[in-house]
Every structure is written in C-alpha cells, then in structure tokens.
Design a binder for this molecule. Structure first.
Ligand code: PEP
Ligand code: MG
Length: 595
C-alpha cells in the first residue's frame, strides 16, 4: 500500500515510529431518541444516574493517579467533577426523562442544550468556553450510556496516541509510559496537547484533518513533531529517512542534556542567566534537572484557581517558603497575582467587562482588591527569609501604578516590622514590561525599580493588537515583528542606562531563532519553560557576542518579518545547523510582495 502523509501543526519536537491507537473516536452514530413507557421511567432515570456515577468514579480514580508533574490537570478534573455533580446537568436530565418520558441519552442532550442557551445568553467568553467542558463531560456520559468506557485501559504496548481532541481528563488518566507521541485532529499552537507533550518530552502534532477516516488502530505511523507530519504506512525510503531524523534528533537531545548544567556563557565569555517559568511547586525538580539557574517567573495564579475560598496568608507563606528554600541559593522571582482576562479566577467573581483583556486585570485588579494584594505581599515578604526571593508586579502601564505598588509594599513591610515578623528588607522589587506604554517610558520607570522583566507574550499581543488564541489572526502574532524587536531593545537600553538588570520571560525566550537577537541586545537573562532550557543554553554556549551583535544590527534595519526570518536563518544555518534542521518550521512564513 502507498504511504500517505498528513500535515498538521508541530507542537512538540521529536520523531516517533509506532502503531496508532485511537482514543474515543467520534462519529459513533446518531444519538438514540426513544419514548419510554411510564412503568420503565424510574429504571431509565437510574440508568442515567449510573452513567453519571460511573464517569464520576473514573474521573476520581484518574485524579488520584495524576503524577506530581501533571498536577495542574487535577484542577481541571475538579472542575469536570463539579459539572458532573451539578443538578443543572444531571438533575435536569433526570427530570426530562420523567417529565417528557424520553430515554436518558435524549434527556441529557436536552439538558446540555438548555445550559448552552443559558451560557450563550450571558454573552461572556468565559462561559462560552465552559460550554466546551460541559459538552466534553456530557459526551463521556453519553459514551457510558452507549456501553463504552475504559478505552484507556485497552492500551497494552507503547503506542502513538491519536484522538479527535484530548481533554485534560483523557490525558491525565494516561499511563504516560505507554505513549510514544500524540496526534490530534483539533488543536493549535497553544493547545493543551502541546503543553502536555512538551512536559512529557514526547513528539506531538495537532490540527491534522482526515485522521479518523484513514488511520485504523494498529496501523504503522511515523509522527514527525519537528515538521508537523504524520506518515501512514511509510515506504522503505521514507522509513529510512525518518529513522535517520529520529536518530539525529535523539543524539542532539542527549548532547544538550549532558551540557545543560554548564553556565549559559558565550564562546567569548558573555554570561546570561537562564532561569525557568513555572506555576507549580512540583515543577522545581524539572527546573533543576534541566539546568535552570533560578526561577525567573513564578506565576502565582494557580493557588487562587478552582477553589471556594481565597488562600490564607499562612498557606501562601508556606508555598513561597518551600519554593524559596528548595531553590536556595538560586533566586526565585515571585510575580504578584496576574488574574483577569485569560487567567480567570472564579472566587474573585467576573465583573461585567466588554473587553477583559483591556480591563480589570493583574495589578489593576490587585489595586481593586487591596486586601488580597496585601495578604499576598505579606506572604511573599515573610517567605523572603527562606531563600533568595524577588517580587515583581505584572501589567504596569505607567509611573502611578509603579508608585502605588511600591507604596503597598512599603506599607506591608512596616506592618511586618511592627508585628515583629522577619523578612528581607532589601528584597529586590521589579516590574514586568509588557505594555507598549511602559516601553515608551522605560527610562522613567527604570528609576523606580530594581529590575525589569519583559513579558513578550503580552507585549506582542498589545503592541500588534493580536489575540494569539484567535485563529483568524494568530498567524499575525509575530515575535520578530520590527516593532516588537525595537520595543525590546528600547527597554534593555533604558534598564542598562539606569544600571538595573533586565531579563525576558515570554515564550520568545525559548525560541532558538529569537535567542541570538536577544543576546545581541546584551539582555541579562532569559526565563523560559524548563524543558527548553538545555536547547537555549546550547545556543548561548555556541554563540559569540560579536556574531549576535552583527545579527541584531541587521535585524534592526529590517522592515519586514520575512526579511528578519531570512537573516536569522542565515546565521542559524552557519552557526547552529542542528537547530535549523530541527526547528526550521518555526520561522517559515509567507512572503508578501512589496508592491
Ligand atoms: C508574558 O506576558 O510574556 C508573560 C510571561 O506573562 P504571562 O504569559 O503569564 O501573561
Ligand atoms: Mg503577561
């Protein structure tokens, strides 16, 4: 049989060769719609209740088996368990069985439609997204009603796991040792499947259409997570080529892992600190194993999510102290609560906002809830005796906000002093540079703080006006847009003129094609996801500052992203041929004619 290649989006690097296994195939036929005689209605309602209970038990077991490094999935599973027990779904469905005398499947479908209508009427993006969760939960209950379930247990040998989409509940229940790679029909660059695969260090390709029609369980497939391809039934020549690519990538990975504990220093002696972005205490071991020289960004939002009450000062103090002492003497930068917009925290309530990304988020929200802000600052300051802690404030737009935040910090320090509670009085305090307004006045802000950390994820979004999760415009989310490069350069120069350190903690810091440009600016540090640290350190260790400065000079003169990409490709081609081979798909962009 001839081979067949399916193109998708590469979201986790690597190559795997193995047999396909489909999880929860969709399209299992139309939903049965039947009337039920009165004397069988209670039995029908009980069948529905058993399906809910069965899935609830399955989810509970999955939750208990989640390994510590995937603990964030537990929070998502908790929210699915809440949906499962919510009377608006299971109660309403049972009610439909009895009142309309219909079968359980149909009744559940009606209850889901009701919820969809209610959520849609709220017109809020958050609730629209929650509909997906409700549908997913209802779909699994429907599966149980149809007599399916337990698909995960059917996996015996290591497989290439394929699915229409992978919900956190699906993935959290996987025995990770049995999965060699992940492929999904749905999903984009920022999808959950990619995050999971990168955490596990396995290849993944998402957004692959036609999978379900053409690939059967047991078919031989090659997943190329470098170029985003899935090859079904490769011929001998393809197999040899892909095996070779697999071997080269694995050798490259072994090499970079062996060297990941060496300092991030260029051939000509320029030293860059390479730190990690994390959000859970459990990730610390990965940071250390991958050669992280500290935590450049601790996202503190997780302790506030999916819970019924706000975390207490003691709870936060323990979390931050544990982190600081495990990492000590390495530095840990704690970011104050960056809630709002995409980081929804239900206990804070959802204010009516037409445009949450431009609304009450991050430092603005903290100023609005001063009690929450002070509690967090107290916990952070008290934890500063356990190790090397710095504090940073997100989404600063101007001088007034910095001064208000610093005043709150001073006030909390003086409260602690009065109460006789110890803290490090010299704890460095900095700000995230992630709004264009802050960039424009960087030299003013630099006089007020101890350091800057450039948050390019938001800086790109707000500079280019692009929501990267919006599929219509996400291709325009370009880290190497001339405006972005110039903004970063401006911030770095302003910080250095004022004699403060500046690092970068957006996703850009882990992109092998951006790192040499950032180095050319003489940035002091990078903070990135722990798994990407070895690769970035390798780039730094193979580079010279002279080359990076020459590249930067040309990039600053470039007026288009495609021209910048070509400049970077040339340098990567000469200096880092492995990276060009493995990551070139990252910089392929459409050329636009000038006239
Ligand atoms: C950023 O905006 O670049 C950043 C690191 O913060 P977050 O992704 O948490 O908004
Ligand atoms: Mg941000």
């Amino acid at each position: 049989m001839a081979s067949r290649i399916f193109q998708g989006i590469p979201v986790s690097a690597g190559v795997s060769i193995g047999k396909a296994f489909f999880l929860n195939r969709t399209g299992q036929g139309p939903l049965p719609r039947q009337s039920v005689p009165s004397h069988l209605l209670e039995e029908e309602a009980a069948r529905l209740a058993r399906a809910f209970a069965g899935f609830k038990e399955e989810l509970g077991q999955i939750r208990d088996r989640i390994p510590p490094e995937l603990k964030e999935h537990a929070l998502i599973i908790d929210s699915h368990l809440m949906i499962l027990t919510d009377p608006k779904l299971c109660g309403a469905a049972a009610e439909y069985v009895r009142s309309l005398k219909i079968n359980a499947e149909w009744a559940l479908d009606k209850a889901v439609s009701d919820l969809e209508r209610t959520f849609n009427a709220l017109g809020d993006e958050y609730f629209r997204d929650r509909i997906q969760d409700v549908r997913m939960v209802a779909g699994r209950v429907q599966g149980r009603l149809a007599g399916q379930g337990g698909d995960l247990k059917a996996i015996e040998n290591r497989v290439v796991l394929m699915a229409h989409d992978l919900s956190p509940a699906d993935t959290a229940g996987l025995e990770v040792g049995k999965i060699m790679s992940l492929v999904t029909v749905q999903g984009g660059k920022t999808s959950h499947t990619g995050i999971l695969a990168r955490t596990l260090g396995i290849p993944a390709v998402v957004g692959v259409s036609d999978l379900e029609e053409h690939i059967r369980d047991g078919d031989l497939v090659v997943v190329d997570g470098l170029r985003g391809r899935v090859t079904l039934d490769p011929d001998e020549e393809e197999l040899a080529e892909l095996s070779d690519l697999k071997y080269q990538f694995e050798a490259y990975q072994c090499g970079i892992m062996r060297q990941c504990h060496l300092p991030g220093e260029t051939i000509d002696g320029y030293r860059l600190k390479v730190k990690a972005n994390i959000e859970l205490l459990e990730e610390v071991s990965t940071v250390i194993d991958n050669g992280g020289e500290g935590i450049g960004l601790y996202r503190t939002e997780y302790s506030y999510m999916n819970r019924r009450a706000l975390p207490s000062e003691e709870e936060l103090y323990e979390e931050y102290s544990d982190l600081a002492s495990i990492m000590s003497p390495r530095r840990v930068t704690l970011r104050t609560l960056d809630a709002g917009a995409d980081k929804f925290i239900s206990i804070l309530g959802a204010p009516e906002e037409r445009n949450p990304a431009l609304g009450l988020r991050a430092i603005r929200l903290c100023m609005h809830h001063m009690d929450i802000f002070r509690t967090q600052l107290r916990a952070m300051l008290r934890a500063s005796v356990a190790g090397n802690i710095s504090i940073m404030f997100p989404m600063i737009s101007g001088l007034r906000e910095v001064r208000l935040a610093m005043a709150a910090l001073r006030q909390v320090k003086s409260d602690l002093r009065r109460e006789g509670l110890p803290f490090n009085p010299d704890l460095p305090a900095g700000i995230m540079m992630e709004l264009p307004s802050a960039v424009m006045i960087a030299e003013i802000l630099a006089k007020e703080v101890d350091f800057f950390s450039i948050g390019t994820n938001d800086l790109i979004q707000y500079s280019l006006g692009i929501d990267r999760t919006n599929r219509y415009v996400s291709h325009m989310y370009q880290p190497l847009h001339p405006a972005v490069v110039k903004s970063i350069k401006h911030v770095v120069d302003a910080a250095h003129q004022q004699g403060i350190e500046v690092s970068l903690c957006g996703e850009m810091a882990s992109d092998p094609f951006c790192v040499p440009i950032l180095m050319g600016m003489q940035i002091d540090g990078l903070s990135l996801n722990p798994q990407a640290i070895p690769g970035v350190k390798r780039i730094i260790r193979q580079a010279t500052m002279d080359d990076c400065k020459t590249l930067l000079k040309k990039v600053l003169e470039s007026s288009t992203v495609s021209h910048t990409n070509r400049l970077v490709r040339d340098v990567i081609f000469q200096k880092f041929p492995d990276e060009l081979l493995f990551y070139s798909s990252l910089v392929e962009s459409e050329e636009v004619p000038a006239h």
